[in-house]
Write a protein that binds this ligand. Structure first.
Ligand code: PRP
Length: 210
C-alpha cells in the first residue's frame, strides 16, 4: 500500500474535517491536541496529514506535495488550481455573500472589498456590473465601516461577524461546503488507495446526511 499525504486546512474547516476522518477510522488526535502540530502520521493507515493555511491546500495538491486535500469550495474557486475535485464532503456549510451597511450607498463604480477577488470579479461581470475590487487578506468586515469599500464579498456562516459589526447580507452568491481534491498524477498512480478513501468518506457522508 502506497503512503498518502492529505492536506487539511487549519481553522474553521479543520475541526469538522478531523471529526469526519476519525469517523472513517483514521487515528487523528482530538482537536484540543492539535494546536501547534503541523504534521500528523497515521502509521497503521499509511497516511500523513499536514495542516496548512486554507488557501495553500490547493497549492500543495497541485504540486503533488499532498495527494489529497480538504478545502472550501470558495477557496477552490478562488485559487483555480489544476486539481481534481472528487467529493462534496458536505461539511463546514456556509455561504458566499455580498454584505454591507443596511443603507449602503454606492460609488459610481462600486468598490468591493474581499479576499475572493477572482470569484467576486466573475460574479459582478456575469451580472453586467462594473465594480472595483479591493483585495484584502482578512477582517474584511472593517472595509465598509470605515469607507474603504461600499460593500464586501465574504463567507457568512453563523452571521455573527456581520451582526456584531452592524452589517447585513445583501445578496447570496453561492452556498459553500468543503470538498475533497486530488493531485492529478496521484489519482492515477495511487488510484486504489484514493478510491478506498473516497468510498469510506462517501459512506460517512451518507450516514451523516441521511
Ligand atoms: C470568516 C469570514 C467571516 C466569518 C464569518 O472568517 O471571513 O469573517 O468567518 O463567520 P460567521 O458568519 O460565523 O461570523 P474566517 O474566520 O474564516 O477568517 P478570516 O478572518 O481570515 O476572514
Amino acid at each position: 500500500m502506497e503512503k498518502l499525504v492529505v492536506a487539511l486546512p487549519k481553522g474553521r474547516i479543520m475541526y469538522e474535517a478531523i471529526e469526519m476522518l476519525r469517523e472513517c477510522g483514521f487515528s487523528l488526535p482530538k482537536n484540543g491536541d492539535l494546536s501547534r502540530k503541523l504534521i500528523i502520521e497515521d502509521e497503521s493507515a499509511q497516511m500523513t496529514f499536514i495542516l496548512a493555511k486554507p488557501s495553500d491546500v490547493p497549492i500543495y495538491v497541485e504540486y503533488g506535495a499532498a495527494d489529497l486535500g480538504v478545502v472550501g469550495k470558495d477557496v477552490l474557486l478562488e485559487e483555480n488550481r489544476d486539481v481534481y475535485e472528487l467529493l462534496d464532503l458536505k461539511i463546514a456549510a456556509c455561504r458566499l455573500c455580498v454584505a454591507g451597511m443596511p443603507n449602503t450607498k454606492y460609488r459610481m463604480i462600486p468598490r468591493i472589498a474581499t479576499k475572493f477577488s477572482r470569484v467576486a470579479s466573475d460574479y459582478f461581470r456575469q451580472q453586467g456590473k462594473q465594480v472595483e475590487i479591493i483585495k484584502l487578506n482578512g477582517s474584511i468586515e472593517i472595509a465598509p465601516l470605515i469607507g474603504l469599500a461600499d460593500c464586501i464579498v465574504d463567507i457568512v456562516s453563523t452571521g455573527r461577524t456581520l451582526k456584531e459589526n452592524g452589517l447585513v447580507e445583501l445578496e447570496e452568491i453561492m452556498p459553500i461546503t468543503s470538498r475533497l481534491i486530488a493531485n492529478r498524477m496521484s489519482y492515477r498512480m495511487k488510484h486504489s488507495e484514493i478510491t478506498h478513501i473516497v468510498d469510506t468518506l462517501e459512506k460517512t457522508i451518507t450516514n451523516n446526511n441521511g
